[in-house]
Design a protein around this ligand. Structure first.
Ligand SMILES: Cc1cc2nc3c(=O)[nH]c(=O)nc-3n(C[C@H](O)[C@H](O)[C@H](O)COP(=O)(O)OP(=O)(O)OC[C@H]3O[C@@H](n4cnc5c(N)ncnc54)[C@H](O)[C@@H]3O)c2cc1C
Length: 350
């Protein structure tokens, strides 16, 4: 048997807040744990907004998202789970002994007794600018996310999109950029009224309804963009304008993709996976957590993902050991942490 076919008690698919917290909590339940993430980095959707401040996680005072990701990862590694990056889980096979084999997009196999799907909306991939040849500028000045505001300093930025996130980005870029032009295909910008008002009162130029029609390259970079006015139903008008730019930023959303998991036969509710008691899905041995899960009053927040994760892990534990306590012993009284607490106390004294 190859190393990758070692049997795990639980395999978590997805390395966003739900998957990372599940990886920690399953260690508290003494379960042999593996986490598989499709992207090359852990963090899930948090990777879309690394420089944003997060205020609404209980007990965590305002924290930059990239810092929160780092802390989540550190916590997830507490009990040293196996972490596999850059592999999208695609296939599922049930074996006669009740265990499951997962297959990833490169053909690797993973053997597990239970499964927690923490998929978010699927692998988040930015909707690309639909212009032929646009992808060649992705290595230079065509961007789909803002990983560093500083990198836009002094630049003329054209931002395409009109969602809440696009409005947010425009406001954050304004103090850094030499100028920000927003191009939006609808008449009005989306998002919270207060934010839209802030954009309208700022130096940001809003062109709506307009769409990007052509990128004009100079060497390997975009030097200018032609935009075209469209009418209320999105049809092109005669009106165009050429804008000189240093950077083009596209925010057309991050449609998720469950990939082949969508065909596993899981009961779905809208785009999500239906969760039952202890976050069980309609398929035996498979649990769900985080934004993927659908149940009444589901909280689609980081805090909600944590709660789902712990409940799903408890569900998996009870399936494997029906006599086990219904939840882990609280961390403040859990012997698992005795040695670590001594080490932490010693560190704090020194
Ligand atoms: C712009 C923006 C701002 C936000 N701000 C806040 C905020 O301030 N506070 C807050 O609480 N929430 C906020 N949220 C919501 C929060 O990000 C989500 O609720 C949270 O990320 C959900 O975590 P998750 O683990 O369920 O899913 P995700 O974070 O989406 O993670 C899912 C992971 O699963 C992986 N995956 C999917 N399919 C597979 C597969 N087949 N194989 C392997 N891996 C797979 C994906 O690549 C992804 O990494 C915000 C969301 C956005 C988009």
């Amino acid at each position: 048997m190859t190393a990758e076919l070692e049997l795990y008690d639980v395999t978590i698919v997805g390395g966003g807040p739900a998957g990372l917290y599940a990886a920690f909590y399953s260690g508290m339940r003494d379960m042999k744990t593996k986490l598989i993430e499709a992207q090359d980095e852990l963090g899930g959707k948090l990777l879309i907004y690394p420089e944003k401040m997060i205020w609404d996680v209980g007990g965590v005072t305002p924290i930059r998202c990239d810092r929160l990701i780092a802390q989540l990862i550190e916590q997830a590694r507490t009990f040293e789970p196996t972490i596999v990056l850059g592999r999208q889980v695609t296939g599922l096979q049930r074996l006669d002994d009740g265990t499951m084999t997962l297959e990833t997009d490169n053909g690797e196999k993973h053997h597990t007794r239970t499964l927690i799907l923490a998929l978010g909306y699927g692998v988040p991939r930015p909707a690309k600018l639909e212009l032929e040849g646009a992808d060649r500028y992705e290595v230079t000045n065509l961007h789909y996310t803002v990983t560093s505001l500083e990198s836009f300093r002094g630049k003329r930025v054209l931002l395409s999109g009109g969602s809440d996130a696009a409005v947010d980005w425009a406001m954050e870029l304004e103090p850094y950029a030499a100028g920000v032009t927003m191009v939006h295909r609808r008449e009005r910008l989306g998002g919270h009224e207060k934010n839209v008002r802030s954009v309208m009162e700022s130096t940001i130029r809003v062109m709506s309804p307009y769409v990007i029609e052509q990128l004009h390259g100079e060497g390997d970079r975009i030097a200018a963009v032609t935009v075209r006015r469209v009418n209320a139903v999105g049809e092109p008008t005669e009106e165009t304008e050429r804008l000189e730019v240093d950077a083009v930023l596209i925010n057309h959303g991050h449609p998720g993709d469950f990939g082949p998991i969508a065909d596993w036969g899981l009961e779905r509710e809208y785009a999500n996976i239906r969760a039952y008691e202890r976050m069980a899905t309609s398929l035996p041995g498979i649990f769900v957590a985080g934004d993927t899960a659908s149940y009444p009053n589901k909280l689609k927040l980081i805090a909600g993902a944590f709660n789902d994760a712990a409940v799903a892990v408890n569900g998996a534990k009870l399936l494997l050991e029906p006599g086990a306590p219904s939840m882990a012993y609280v961390s403040s009284h859990n012997g698992l942490f005795n040695e670590r607490n001594k080490a932490l106390a010693a560190k704090q004294r020194s």
